[in-house]
Design a protein around this ligand. Structure first.
Ligand SMILES: [Zn+2]
Length: 316
């Protein structure tokens, strides 16, 4: 199972309108990494945000987000956080965003939250989700991090249960073990693994692979689609190397007698930004008292973001 966040001591005062976390805290979002979050921020803004004089900072993500040209949403978030924290210098700012291809449909528009003390930044990240009446804010650390979500496989005629998941994890283990490029990569990049004798790096990665089924309901009376999310410890937490790792493992075919597993496009949940489930299967919307409904958007797609540049290449 994914790692759950630590127990949280911080809480929002009851007089501030919010959706309180369920017992045990909000669901973790173990499939979102820094690369996913910052994917659409331009290099210029990554540089501005990365200025060491900014001090403790946190990345904010708004459910059903969109770039706000008038900065009104960022100011609303700042005002809300100031009502919770004693942080008169708090600033919430949007960036300049880019898309990689005109066809890209779900962009992520993170905000930078700064002007915090180190303790406040830690509280924001550990509490994780601020569900106010008019927005839901997810907070992620500024420091780069990776997650174990590797890819979602499609193409097997397996059942959506433990047996199916076991077969898939075994197929993935075998495929990675037998691929020389994988062995070489892990040998060269293992900063996210404990210090081990070299041959053990690959074993550690392979032995901890696990899969979970996900069922997508068919529309119009068709057959449900069964896919499998696969989680693999990334050998590296360096963002560019993690990207290279994902490209490598996502480019393989995971062959089995029940079908040829290929990597499906990752999901992008509009509520919690996870990559391992679609918006309709988000666990957040099952939380008692959950409030936020998808916004009504204009029918035209010409108002969406900074889509001027066409294909801009992949950030490394
Ligand atoms: Zn979600």
């Amino acid at each position: 199972m994914p790692v759950f966040p630590p127990l949280r001591s911080f809480s929002i005062p009851s007089y501030i309108p919010h959706v309180p976390p369920p017992l045990g805290g909000f669901p973790p979002t173990p499939s979102v990494s820094t690369n996913d979050i910052l994917r659409h921020v331009t290099d210029e803004y990554l540089s501005i945000w990365g200025n060491s004089e900014v001090g403790p900072r946190v990345i904010g993500l708004l459910s059903y987000d969109r770039p706000e040209a008038d900065a009104s949403k960022a100011m609303e978030v700042a005002s809300y956080l100031r009502s919770i924290f004693d942080c008169p210098h708090l600033v919430v700012g949007a960036a300049e965003y880019k898309r990689y291809a005109p066809s890209e449909t779900r962009l992520v528009f993170p905000l930078l939250i700064s002007g915090l003390s180190a303790e406040q930044a830690k509280d924001l990240v550990e509490y994780g989700c601020f569900a106010a009446p008019s927005f839901t804010l997810f907070c992620s650390p500024w420091e780069p991090f990776v997650t174990d979500y590797a890819f979602t496989l499609q193409g097997y005629s397996l059942s959506a249960d433990e047996d199916g998941a076991f077969v898939v994890s075994t197929v993935v283990q075998k495929t990675l073990q037998e691929n020389l490029s994988i062995g070489r990569f892990v040998q060269a990049h293992h900063d996210n693994l404990p210090d081990l004798p070299p041959p053990s790096y690959l074993s550690l990665v392979v032995d901890n692979i696990y899969a979970e089924p996900i069922t997508l309901a068919a529309s119009g009376g068709g057959v449900d689609r069964i896919l499998f999310n696969v989680y693999i410890i990334s050998p590296t937490k360096i963002p560019a190397d993690h990207d290279a790792w994902l490209n490598l493992i996502r480019g393989l075919r995971y062959r089995h007698m029940t079908g040829c597993g290929t990597v499906a496009s990752p999901f992008s949940c509009a509520v919690c930004f996870a990559r391992d489930h679609p918006t309709g299967l988000c666990r957040y919307t099952d939380i008692a008292g959950w409030h936020l409904k998808p916004p009504t958007r204009p029918a035209s797609n010409t108002t969406r973001g900074h889509g001027r540049g066409g294909f801009r290449g992949r950030r490394n």
